[in-house]
Design a protein around this ligand. Structure first.
Ligand code: GDP
Ligand code: IMO
Ligand code: MG
Length: 433
């Protein structure tokens, strides 16, 4: 059975964790594609709230194998802590696998992340400071250390000593920082390597075997396509490709093996960190959205910037990723608004445009053309079926479908597993039924 990709359609935090958990009820394998501990994927079940950073969001489904894919950069401390926390909460990790091709976030990566941010001064990206950018930069520059390298001490020491020598030159000579100790870092890596050894696999073989066997395979992206290094709001982006194409590459799935591309969008917009956000609201409406949506970062706790739904950016993503279905989350957050705005075009230099300018200085200048939609002024949180949603909410869903050119098949009406409305009865995920 071909694969399903679950990707973020905006600037991250769209509810990919909740969606992956829901769809994983009918899947045998979930592979996390990209990103690292910069991601925070929340799942709320009767057993409480789970915040996943590296472990795939299918792990709460007992029949699902969960793979940390080749495109992920793994912060070992975060992973081990996350695994320990899950075990304490009774989650079985026998089904966890880690790709031997995944890269390791080394102790110098978060240090460089912080130093590079400081060097950017007013142009800072607002990264999560987890070292992801420097780790991906080293990967592409062919200076990375991979999970496979942790499995062989002699080879690890040889590769690591060359990198530490180089990084110490940069730390001391460019940034005036103290040098790092090879032995301390080496010992830490060996110890983590021994702890993780039993989980390490050739992930692409596992994924391909599952597809050959006709299993339902989900690919879980981190971040959102507006943070994509190629088609996002560069340079205010992450350092990987949270797109359908990027997901294939990162997960070890061929483009021809993909059947569904499910993009998760919030019913409005949020963004963490710096960079253009054309529909951003600095007023009370923005604050109401932030409070009602509990819009504070899962990983860093930073308040998220909030704004109306940006259909120009959303359509850009839907088209470039061949989105076949949309999950629209956090619709309930809009329950209290008499009127809801949708950005349908941008104004720039006296004209109107319907695409995203590549230049960040131009994108920062655009103002949104807002089209008002009537609100529904009633609670949707108890809705479980199409018929439970107010007409105005269904009309809002219909407008977004038209603007994006893909069907909205699932609607989120609250954070819990059950608060999911299927608009296509044949696709009801097991937790939501
Ligand atoms: P992810 O990174 O895409 O997995 O999303 P996050 O977990 O970082 O952020 C999404 C937040 O919205 C989390 O706090 C979720 O519990 C919450 N959430 C998800 N879906 C819904 C929904 O439909 N309604 C509400 N009110 N909250 C939701
Ligand atoms: P999930 O998977 C929201 C943002 C950061 C910053 C930019 C670069 O939970 O949706 P990085 O640390 O990646 O170098 O930071 O990307 N960012 C996210 N924003 N959700 C995420 O992940 C994010 N991961 C990175 O805030 O603006
Ligand atoms: Mg998140």
């Amino acid at each position: 059975m071909p694969a399903t990709i679950i990707m973020g359609g905006q600037w991250g935090d769209e509810g990919k964790g909740k969606l992956t958990d829901a769809l994983a009820a009918d899947a045998q394998l979930v592979v996390r594609a990209n990103g690292g501990s910069n991601a925070g994927h929340t799942i709320e079940t009767d057993a409480g709230v789970f915040k996943m950073h590296l472990v795939p969001s299918g792990i709460l489904n007992p029949d699902c194998t969960c793979v940390i894919g080749s495109g992920v950069v793994v912060d070992l401390d975060t992973l081990v802590k996350e695994m320990d926390d899950l075990v304490v909460r009774g989650v079985d990790l026998q089904r966890l696998r880690i790709s031997e091709r995944a890269h390791v976030v080394l102790p110098y990566h978060p240090i460089l992340d912080r130093l590079e941010e400081t060097q950017r001064a007013d142009d800072e990206i607002g990264t999560t400071l987890r070292g992801n950018g420097p780790a991906y930069a080293d990967k592409v520059a062919r200076k990375g250390i991979r999970i496979a390298d942790l499995m062989d001490g002699a080879s690890l020491r040889r590769k690591l000593s060359r990198q530490i020598e180089l990084k110490n030159q940069i730390l001391t000579k460019v940034y005036g920082q103290p040098p790092l100790d090879l032995d301390v870092i080496y010992d830490g890596l060996v110890s983590h390597g021994n702890r993780l050894r039993e989980y390490v696999v050739p992930a692409e073989v596992l994924v391909q075997n599952a597809l050959d066997d006709g299993q339902e395979v989900l690919v879980e992206c981190a971040q959102g396509a507006m943070l994509d290094v190629d088609y996002g709001t560069y340079p205010y982006v992450t350092s990987s490709s949270p797109t359908a194409a990027g997901a294939c590459q990162a997960a070890g799935v061929a483009p021809t093996q993909v059947r569904r591309v499910v993009a998760v969008y919030k019913a409005y917009s949020t963004r963490v960190g710096s960079g253009p956000m054309p529909t951003e609201l600095h007023d009370e409406v923005g604050q109401t959205i932030r409070e009602r949506g509990r819009e504070y970062g899962t990983t860093t706790g930073r308040p998220r910037r909030t704004g109306w739904f940006d259909a120009v950016a959303a359509r850009h993503v839907a088209r470039l990723n061949g989105v076949t279905e949309i999950a629209l989350t956090l619709l309930d957050v809009l329950d209290t608004f008499a009127e809801i705005q949708v950005c349908t075009a941008y104004r720039l230099n006296g004209g109107t445009i319907d695409y995203l300018p590549a230049r960040d200085d131009l994108l920062a200048q655009v103002t949104p053309v807002l089209t008002p939609q009537p609100g529904w002024l009633s609670s949707t949180t108890a809705a479980r079926g199409h018929g439970d949603l107010p007409d105005a909410a269904l009309a809002y869903v219909g407008i977004l479908e038209q603007l994006l050119g893909a069907p909205i098949t699932l609607v989120g009406v609250g954070p819990s597993r059950q608060q999911l409305v299927s608009l296509r009865p044949e696709h009801v995920p097991a937790h939501a039924s």
